[in-house]
Design a protein around this ligand. Sequence first.
Ligand code: FAD
Length: 414
Amino acid sequence: MTSKREVLISGGGIAGPALAYWLGRYGFAVTLVEKAGGLRGGGYPIDVRGTALEVVRRMGILPRLRAAHVDMHKFTFLDVSGDEVAVVDPRLIDGSVAGQDLEVRRGDLAEALHAAVGDDVEFVFGDSIATMTETGQGMDVTFASGRRRTYEVVIGADGLHSRTRESVFGPEDRFHHYLGHCFAGFTMPNILGLAHEGVLWSTPGRAAVLYAAGDGDEVHGFLNFAREDPPFGAFRDPAAQRDLVAATFADAGWRVPDLVAAMREADDLFFDTVSQIRMPAWSSGRVALVGDAAYAPSFLTGQGTSLALVGAYMLARSLAVHPGHEEAFAAYERDTREFVTLNQAHVDGGGSVMFPATQEAMDRRDAMLRDLTADPVPMERPAHSALTLPGVAGEPADGGGRWSFHTVPAGERS
Ligand SMILES: Cc1cc2nc3c(=O)[nH]c(=O)nc-3n(C[C@H](O)[C@H](O)[C@H](O)COP(=O)(O)OP(=O)(O)OC[C@H]3O[C@@H](n4cnc5c(N)ncnc54)[C@H](O)[C@@H]3O)c2cc1C
């Protein structure tokens, strides 16, 4: 029998493995259950910026991520006819700090996190939580596979449409703030021969993006469109998603028909709404949420992954420092919420640059881009670094010497 504190994490995306890493390092017995059959690659690039860089540095994966950095040289904006509006340095529009912030393929980050976690954490792929019951001793969990086990706490790291959140806090629509757009992302042939660059075609309320993270034969295609109501009916129906996107772009010019055709063929289509999750509390009893499940900021902020990494660090540290889950969850929320709120607030800037909804907004955007090209001024985002991470629990301030955690009985330490 283990005397370690047992934690179940639901979701093996970004927040889940990052949390598993830190809890494992603090001596918890961690099980991570992921409903997909294996690690979900998905190659589109994501940003790791500001405070989140310090998290990955402390995990020892910064050199690996630096080597995987996607060095984007330019972003070209096109008008409805495919003529060039402006060519900009991508860092000028996304608030990244040159030479510091990272952009890596999501799959590269997922693999680096997974490799860092090591063998101490029990990964269970192809399973999920079926039922949870809180008792005085812990959370009794039954899995879809029929397995049963009791954990001290359960953490939902299962993304924007979190089942954990739904089962403990109620239906998604209470917390889901739809930002008026839907998008489809997929891998497609590099039809324009792009290298380390992005190209964005747009009309009011619609945009088609080709994003070449490298100079290979494949690029990431994105089709983004404004829509008054979220298409809830399409969420669990890939054929309906494809039809909806194709119908929305049916009369579009430039190379959009090629993107639509590629979207229809893609085997890695990722369709979702552009939305935020905003919750009055991130925990209830023995269950807490982390990452998109608790506070998805939407890709318009470019901060989803960074919030997931920072949230995972803060939650693990709080659990390591506080012997009781109630104090731990309260500390996690108290110390992290302001950072989340500041970063969620950056949504308007992203939307108006990438996806203006009206012709007037588009004209304003184009004028701004031309000014930016003539007189480059980086848009700094202090929110990215607004949280100074507390030290690693149990580690001496000088970083040397022995580790010691109250969660690991002395006899079990190596
Ligand atoms: C394959 C993939 C592609 C993505 N593409 C985009 C994109 O193009 N644009 C964008 O803005 N964001 C995208 N995201 C979301 C983005 O990765 C997150 O915003 C961000 O990284 C925060 O990470 P997270 O760990 O909180 O959530 P996520 O990265 O979404 O991870 C959640 C994980 O939980 C798993 N899961 C879900 N339900 C259950 C369940 N019931 N039981 C067990 N596991 C469950 C999922 O399979 C997933 O692995 C994508 C996510 C995935 C998984």
